[in-house]
Design a protein around this ligand. Sequence first.
Ligand SMILES: Cc1cc2nc3c(=O)[nH]c(=O)nc-3n(C[C@H](O)[C@H](O)[C@H](O)COP(=O)(O)OP(=O)(O)OC[C@H]3O[C@@H](n4cnc5c(N)ncnc54)[C@H](O)[C@@H]3O)c2cc1C
Length: 319
Amino acid sequence: MPTITYQGNSYECSSEQTLLDGVNSQGANLPYGCRSGLCQGCLVKAVKGIPPASAQMGIKPTLKEKGYFLSCLCKPESDLEISRPDRRDEYIPVTVSKIEQLNPSIIRLVTTSPDNFSYKPGQFVNIIRSGDGLARSYSLASVPDDGQLEFHIRLLPDGKMSGWIANELKSGDELLLSEAMGDCCYRNAYADRPLLLAGTGTGLAPLYGILRDALSFGHRREITLLHGGLSSDDLYLHTALSELAAEHDNLSYIPCVLHGEAPENGLSGSIDTLIPAQLGSGDDWAAFLCGDAAIVTAMRRNCFRHGVDENSIHSDTFG
Ligand SMILES: Cc1cc2nc3c(=O)[nH]c(=O)nc-3n(C[C@H](O)[C@H](O)[C@H](O)COP(=O)(O)OP(=O)(O)OC[C@H]3O[C@@H](n4cnc5c(N)ncnc54)[C@H](O)[C@@H]3O)c2cc1C
């Protein structure tokens, strides 16, 4: 009968049973979820011995190579020593190169961009704290040509991740990243259509990447960027965006504030209500909408009501 070694203990495991059931019935505490090979909650690593190929179905090739397998699918054929997953195998380590304030409540986090990390501007990643695995999603504000990754993090009261990034993380520290996800990205097929980019707060992060992607592709029609905040103190990258607009005849940057006086060339009011005037008939526009869920929903509704085709509205909600 094959012997399974886990955390210094040995378990005899018949090949009639799955490894998960065998070791757990003898007092091990291997985590699991669906027990049918779908959720991968029972993923383990063979640190000695070779797991059966049938227990590696559906696992990423990079993890297969490192000996990962699903204990719920494994009928052990030979002795194995196993361990829980090592986060450094599952995620991509990056090094923090800069942390700075963009305004009193928004932080710019810059990290290295490893060769094995690829993304499209506008996508997001999960940032994972190496120590305990705390994970949150953040949008990439950079474009691959920057050679570094940039994130805009809003500091939330009692926010576990944002508070840790603001108060404890420092240059030279390591973070882990998931692969890039999401589809809120520029399409080259949009080059001859007007573009609306609209977002509040750190909703600007993905929009900043999408905007620079569109400009570097040579987008031929107008691009209107609306960035909203409660007051002008909430806006950020104001100078960089004003300069970008001055350099590109087809780009209009419109800062929007809910309260108080709008900055020069800006507008006052709730960002969703300011959208229709920008769209005209709405025909042919493509829209990218990012930020808090309620505002994105309201902006989406107004785009749709003013003629923007639903398939041409792309969004990322942070809520
Ligand atoms: C696809 C996606 C992309 C995202 N991109 C970004 C980004 O680029 N920049 C960014 O700053 N955030 C982004 N977020 C939000 C981010 O993932 C975290 O939810 C946020 O940073 C809060 O994490 P925290 O650990 O600091 O707060 P938590 O400890 O999780 O929460 C602290 C308190 O804040 C509240 N809260 C949590 N999230 C929000 C929120 N979004 N708005 C208002 N209150 C909240 C909680 O209910 C709680 O009361 C994104 C989310 C998603 C799903």
